[in-house]
Design a protein around this ligand. Structure first.
Ligand code: SAH
Ligand code: CA
Length: 234
């Protein structure tokens, strides 16, 4: 199977460049651009969302009039900055990551952008933090939007917690759900180590989300797959 880019599943790199240069880069916020460049020079840059994807996340946050949001898996804060800029001045993002060092690479840019006051960064493993939020009770049904982009093996564990924390009508977005396009590779196909890494995980995640009657879903083929789950029942 041809290896597809982690940043786009489009037919050609030229088409992807066309989108970025026509519709994303011309009016990209200068701090988003700065953090995009800082992130690109970091050794784990492959983990960052794509520029068209963070543009979409910002648009979604605005369309939903989201105010209370969460991000699970922050890295340098690239997607975090894009959504923080999209929130109203009194909007909030609870940002969870067990690595503060990579968040601190982006923090000066987030501060320069004037949105640091919207971000409540908590360093630690996401699962126990989510368990605590659910146990406290008062956070149930309070989040408008949640972006899940941390360790893929825990996606369904995160789902069981965030589904209680997001309000009915709110959205949980799961990133990388098509995993470089590998989910459509035939069983036993020879895949690169990277392509094969979360193929089976995402097959299980996608099946579970599609069968979950608490949400309606929409699989977007932006980046390498973003699944929107809209909570429809308590
Ligand atoms: N959302 C970011 C990319 C996140 S990369 C962007 O689009 O720019 C994934 C992040 O998840 C990494 O920073 C990693 O430290 C974090 N992570 C991995 N496992 C985690 C866990 N169990 N709990 C909290 N964070 C975790
Ligand atoms: Ca991602």
């Amino acid at each position: 199977m041809a290896v597809t880019s982690h940043k786009s599943l489009l037919k050609s790199d030229e088409l992807y460049q066309y989108i970025l240069e026509t519709s994303v880069y011309p009016r990209e916020h200068e701090c988003i651009k700065e953090l995009r460049h800082i992130t690109a020079s970091h050794p784990w840059a492959v983990m960052a969302s794509s520029p068209d994807e963070v543009q979409f996340l910002g648009m979604l946050v605005k369309l939903m009039h989201a105010k209370n949001t969460m991000e699970i898996g922050v890295y340098t804060g690239y997607s975090l900055l894009a959504t923080a800029l999209a929130l109203p001045d009194d909007g909030k993002i609870l940002a969870l990551d067990n690595n503060r060092e990579t968040y601190e690479l982006g923090l000066p840019v987030i501060q320069k952008a004037g949105v640091a006051h919207k971000i409540d960064f908590r360093e630690g493993l996401a699962l126990p933090i989510l368990d605590q939020l659910v146990a406290e009770g008062k956070y149930k049904g309070t989040f408008d939007f949640v972006f899940v982009d941390a360790d893929k093996a825990n996606y369904l564990n995160y789902h069981e917690r965030v589904i209680e924390l997001v309000r009915v009508g709110g959205v949980v977005a799961y990133d990388n759900t098509l995993w470089t396009g590998s989910v459509a590779a035939p069983p036993g196909a020879a895949l690169s180590e990277f392509d094969g890494m979360y193929k089976d995980t995402m097959l299980v995640v996608n099946r579970a989300l599609a069968a979950d009657s608490r949400v309606e879903i929409c699989q977007l083929s932006i980046a390498d797959g973003l699944t929107l789950c809209r909570r429809i029942s308590t």
